[in-house]
Design a protein around this ligand. Sequence first.
Ligand SMILES: [Zn+2]
Length: 251
Amino acid sequence: MGRVIKLYDEPFSVFEKPDLVIVPIGSVERHGNHLPLGTDTIIAQAISELTAKKLAERGKVVALMPPIWYGYTWSLRHMDGTVSVDPKVLTSFIEEIIVTMANPRFSRILFINGHGGNKEVLEIAIKEALIRLGPGIKVGFISWWDVLTKGDYEKLFGTVPMHACEIETSIMLALNEKYVDLNAIEGKVEPSERKVLKAIEEVRRTFAFGYLGDPKKADKEKGKLLLEIVSDRLASMLLKELKSSSGLEIE
Ligand SMILES: [Zn+2]
């Protein structure tokens, strides 16, 4: 029978073997004046819990680990409240978490990521950990917004996910209205065009208000729907991978 075990705040038996262990990861980063610093972690944790619940309904035992609240961030570093961990330190930190957690019982580990800046760090940490661990252990990560396609977002919101935008704000409204202050939004902020050569002054200009897009358009119901669709699809993807012998592919 499937079930979700929150390993960090409920007892579990040494005889239990989770089919999958989920670790949410986010950031402590400024999200305009309208969302909390912990937005990325709060969303990653919510999607982890929903996905775990859906896998449990389909017979899987899913263990939830406490989230990693701090991440690596560079584009919002100029704004109060943003805290970033040195990427080399964060890579080692995540690598050690994987290496010490993994064993024959905890052999399938997935990070659900809520923050763009963590992608490169997760990529390297997982690969290095897998080399150290050797055969039999499967580890991967997925950033929640990558579960859906650009077309899915355009259909639902008329835009794609951006920092502290209407999509992130809608999700936070859906999770708890206390997380959002809609009156603190200045107006629409256009994203800058993607360039090969980066300059810090351009990044600071783009993120002068700490958000992109038009968060005033945030909609609680759309946020709820998005959480459902993302966790549904993620659960289906994982179910397939947990059934197959090839396991979680990270590339
Ligand atoms: Zn965010």
